[in-house]
Design a protein around this ligand. Structure first.
Ligand code: C5P
Length: 286
């Protein structure tokens, strides 16, 4: 049996540069993997099945769609018994489903003895979703195009973060459709590489920002309020991840992040999900 951790991501910055003819939006984003992860197991079986607590019909689960796509592309009829333990809230802007899909392509390639080329894997991943190719690569990357063009940036900065999500779901197409203005420019991959190499936190913090946050907060003011709460709790900065509603805050140490997460979960805000996580540490092994 094969076991994989499928890590969540945050968007350190997300700039939307315009609407494309295919209905998608041209973006530039620095994505960082965080220590929060779903767990996936893959075991041999005649037919394809998923054991999960996720409340979604089996064949609509992106894990099933990834497995079925790989099977069809490889021209095989064998199955697999896939176990999926969800810890990443979804939908949340944390890429949980996309990460599960990428791990499924990787895990089942091993289980079924396939050796898809990097191009084939990338093609299958981008068919499954704009964010999926990023999860095939290293923990930090700038993504361009609709998100499927991945410029690897290595391990990324070691950070102590808090993730917090109000109890709402923000559909991604809706969030993009709210945009009335686009960013005229975004940090280039070279800018990001230099900022990461400098190890200068002020330079990294200056890159933060999410173009989808103002329109999402206009309808869901809880998102902006949560960002303000993060800074009141000692975060040096905070931003929304992806199309939200999850907000992340950047803290000076793991201890401070854990204290802030406890504070967010305490009191009368029991409907809030919050967790202290790290980035830039290798947590890919099971
Ligand atoms: O690619 P994915 O299926 O994850 O995208 C979900 C939806 O999010 C798309 O149908 C589109 O409405 C929106 N989207 C977008 N521009 C992107 C990525 C996603 O408009 N770059």
């Amino acid at each position: 049996m094969i076991t994989l951790r499928a890590q969540a991501k945050i968007n350190w910055f997300l700039r939307v540069l315009g609407r494309r003819d295919d209905g998608y939006h041209e973006i530039s984003s620095l994505m960082l993997r965080v220590s929060l992860a779903d767990s996936l197991t893959f075991a041999p079986a005649d037919r394809l099945s998923i054991q999960t607590d996720a409340d979604i019909p089996e064949q609509q689960n992106i894990v099933y769609r990834a497995a079925d796509l790989l099977r069809r592309e490889a021209g095989i009829t064998t199955g697999a018994r896939i176990g999926l333990i969800k810890r990443i809230p979804s939908p949340a802007g944390l890429g949980g489903g996309s990460s599960d899909a990428a791990s499924t392509l990787i895990g089942l390639s091993v289980l079924w003895g396939l050796s898809p080329s990097a191009e084939d894997l990338h093609h299958m991943a981008s068919t499954l979703g704009s964010d999926v190719p990023y999860f095939l690569g290293p923990p930090a990357a700038v993504v361009l195009g609709r998100g499927e063009e991945v410029v690897p940036m290595g391990q990324g900065p070691a950070l102590a973060l808090v993730l917090a999500k109000p109890p709402i779901g923000v559909p991604t197409p809706w969030a993009y459709a709210q945009l009335k203005h686009y960013s005229a420019h975004a940090p280039s991959a070279d800018d990001v590489a230099r900022a990461l190499a400098s190890g200068n936190m002020a330079r990294l913090l200056a890159l933060m920002g999410n173009d989808l946050e103002p329109p999402v907060s206009a309808t869901y003011p809880q998102v902006r309020a949560l960002q303000q709460r993060m800074t009141a709790l000692g975060a040096s900065a905070s931003a929304m991840s992806g199309s939200g509603p999850t907000v992340f805050g950047v803290f000076g140490s793991t201890r401070e992040a854990e204290a802030a997460a406890r504070e967010l979960l305490g009191g009368d805000s029991t409907d809030l999900w919050a967790e202290a996580v790290t980035s830039g540490t290798d947590t890919t092994s099971a």
